[in-house]
Design a protein around this ligand. Sequence first.
Ligand code: AHR
Length: 515
Amino acid sequence: MKHSMTRRSFLAATSAAAAVTALPRSAWGASESKQRFLIRTEQEEGRVSPLLHGQFAEHLGSCVYGGLWVGEGSSIPNIRGYRKGAIDYLKALEVPVLRWPGGCFADDYHWREGIGKNRSKRVNISWGNYIEDNGFGTHEFIGLCRLIGAEPYLAGNVASGSPAEMRDWLEYCNYPAGSKLSDERAANDSPEPFKVKYWGVGNESWGCGGNMRPDYYGGLYRQFASFLHEMGGTEPFLIASGPSGDDVRWTRGLLDTTMPMLPDGISMHYYEGGRFEATKFDAAATEDQFKIFKEVEYAIAHQREVINGYRDGSRVGIVLDEWGVWDQIPEADEKRYGKLWQQSTMRSGVAAGLGLNMFNRLASKLYMCNIAQITNVLQSLLITDGPEGKRCVPTTTYYAFLLFKEHRGNTAVHTESDNDDPLAVSISASKAEGKLVVSLVNPKDRQEVTAECVLHGVTPRKATARILHHADRNAANSFDAPDAITPAAHPARIQAGTLVVDLPPLSVVTVVVEL
Ligand code: AHR
């Protein structure tokens, strides 16, 4: 992102405002440096919607079966079939929104097979040709959302489904009573409508969701959208399948075709690929992965510009509904724990912090974000030890999300830094009544950084900070050491009106400044 000040004027502004004395040095065994920031609390950058901290669950590996859902008869402690350990952690995090059932799986999912007493068996062709018994369907998903307090987001089947099938799913979920479908829902023990607002119209339609061309998909979008209506007072928010990364050709093709029927949201997927298995990263591969976050930031801002170029384009929300680190997946782990099972290390926690900081900075440009995925798959919040395993462990990514919870609902404010390098310390800030919340992420592998943040427009009284940190990039919370990396209190000080925080290498810190 471009900053509005030159480095020279930035340094002049910060040193005039802050007479910061020599800082005590800690013994993290790394080289040290300083980075200066300016937080312009009067320059508002939009609301930090809680939806930016959303999640995604797919019928893939052990994300749903064995992860979130163990079934009522299971010896694993459960609440009506939902794994109790997972529910407790997700409740504590207050997951704002959950996308389901895919991913690629969504475009071969037929919702009727997952309701009622007789569920159909079908092969999951997206993720290994195993038998999907549809034991977890719409009612179980809505039940999960209700249990953890998340807003449901359903991804509809465009590629192998039909407008009629999706339209019926919406009626089944949202029509209050009296139609054949709403009465069927009531007979299946849910008289109250589900009131589902978020509807994805296909997933990755340029790839696993049908390998379509943008204009062809755009035509289908129009057709599907024509039958997805308000019911029972719930106006559907329709999310079109958008680009992979910054693929402008797709976005333009889609919008040219859908005009003037613009979707409410356009999804975007951007994974940060990794060169090694999660627990085997070297310093260079770690840096390479972290650098991708700048590309993502650029891509979102760029897509925003492209979409805003269309009449009423600024009303279309960008929904980054798949993001996260995607490392090399060890075959042995997949065999034992399920497809795309990936450990979250200290590196992953830092990556989560880089992403969440970016979302705060882009608060006015984004509508929703969903990390892939909530349990066991890719950059997950929770890991469980196989379908029969009782253990459920929160990952570093979970704890990074927990640290950023402080920003939810606040107003993001403008931040500037004297160092634009993709591997420099990343910052974001937001304000609410009587407080300023600042998050700092040090992605450097061996370098401690002292962050000096000049606070414009407010008088800080007291700062309280929490940190997620481990000196080893490959360290992780495992089944044997579930608490290896958890947030801890961290010193932060106010010196002459400036917030000063020492950041060890590989750390995520959130500071609450009382005003
Ligand atoms: O999250 C895993 C897969 O990645 C999803 O199914 C698909 O949409 C994406 O390619």
